[in-house]
Design a protein around this ligand. Structure first.
Ligand code: PMP
Length: 380
């Protein structure tokens, strides 16, 4: 049986080049980056070179990045840290209704702690209304938190425009750029981000290593208690192999991003156009053009998304209902609810995400199998 992977938004395989440059850091270059001897200094140099590469890619300075264990940690630290740091200035936070759980959970926690939260609605294609956001800001607002591109429906927000407004009002702007970094150009200065999170396993790097951009001048407390690594911003021995892998992954993206995005857009548009032609009772979710080059998202009438995924899996196709984090839960996705889908349509959803190794043949195979699977399921 063929095996086709259409779940790159959930995670990507590491590029062989990434694994190659990481390997020495498990063996001969295994040092602790805090050790003063030559073994440690070698690790420290690799860590700082990686930070430099990352910063260059995102238009920042190396000292503005810390390495973390995942974007979940990056988002948690930025949100909780900024809320605590600025609590004497105000206790109002603005987020969209379609944030990732690693943003929403710390927000719910802060709400219980007495912060006031505005959850901004989105329109039917998943866009935040910029004027609406502007109106939500008050003298008490200390933090605006937005996902740059939805991990579910792929819609890309007008972050630079929003960032300009937020900066003008001297409010901290946190951007979750996990789905965009490595896939579309991201420049922290152009976005006016004060903090920004990204994760290596979404762009062909290793799992368990990520980064948080912290703009120079922003005061952010450490989230973990322990040593003074990462300029006191993140305690714990650094994952040097991971950082080296993240940097290599970024560098590869820099070289190939434009070309890959063009190809993926073509394949994505084939899916967006062909699936509704070949199957009745389908809607396409998300913005038609202002969307990730690799994301296609659909809802099928009278089909259970769970059964659809299982049947596709039996045909050798790995896809998703939405985010890996929400699939398996009995609640319909909060993102699909926010764009106004009925529970029935939300439960009948399919996310198809493409990547570096997706071919035209893969897409053809999906286009052949999906109508058969949907037809069979609807009969049942
Ligand atoms: N934000 C978004 C938009 C994501 O898609 C993810 C991963 N699903 C995360 C944050 C969390 O990233 P990590 O897996 O590195 O913790």
């Amino acid at each position: 049986m063929q095996r086709k992977y259409f779940d790159y938004a959930s995670t990507t395989p590491a590029d062989p080049e990434v694994v190659k440059v990481m390997t020495p850091y498990f063996y001969e270059k295994f040092g602790n980056a805090s050790s003063p001897h030559s073994v440690g200094r070698e690790a420290q140099k690799a860590l700082e070179d990686s930070r430099e590469t990352l910063a260059r890619f995102l238009g920042a300075n190396a000292e503005e990045f810390i390495f973390t264990s995942g974007a979940t940690e990056s988002n948690n630290q930025a949100i909780i840290g900024i809320a605590r740091q600025l609590k004497n200035k105000g206790k109002h936070i603005v987020v969209s209704q379609i944030e990732h759980h690693s943003v929403l959970e710390p927000i719910y926690y802060l709400e219980k702690e007495g912060y006031t939260i505005t959850y901004l609605p989105v329109d039917p294609v998943g866009l935040v209304d910029v004027q609406n956001l502007k109106k939500a800001l008050t003298g008490q607002t200390i933090l605006v938190c937005l996902i740059q591109a939805s991990n579910e429906i792929g819609t890309i927000q007008s972050i630079a425009e929003i960032g300009t407004i937020v900066r003008e009002q001297n409010i901290h702007f946190h951007v979750d750029a996990v789905q965009t970094v490595g896939h579309i150009p991201v420049n922290v200065k152009e976005l006016h981000a004060d903090t920004l999170s990204l994760s290596a396993h979404k762009f062909y790097g290793p799992k368990g290593v990520a980064a948080l951009y912290v703009r120079k001048g922003v005061r952010l407390p450490s989230f973990l208690m322990g040593g003074g690594q990462e300029r006191g911003l993140r305690a714990s021995t650094q994952n040097v192999a991971g950082a080296v892998g993240l940097a290599k992954a970024i560098q590869l993206c820099q070289d190939t991003m434009a070309q890959e995005a063009d190809l993926q857009k073509k394949l994505r548009d084939t899916l967006l156009n062909e699936i509704p032609k070949r199957i009745a009772g389908v809607i396409v979710n998300g913005h038609r053009t202002q969307r990730l080059p690799n994301n296609a998202h659909f809802s099928f009438e009278k089909v259970s998304g769970e059964s659809l995924l299982m049947s596709l899996d039996m045909a050798g196709i790995a896809a998703s209902m939405g985010s890996a984090c929400t699939s398996g839960a009995m609640e319909p996705s909060h993102v699909l609810r926010a764009i106004g889908l009925s529970d029935e349509l939300a439960f009948g959803s399919l996310r198809v995400t493409l990547g570096r190794w997706t071919t035209e043949e893969d897409v053809d195979y999906l286009l052949e199998e999906l109508p058969k699977v949907v037809k069979r399921l609807r009969k049942v």
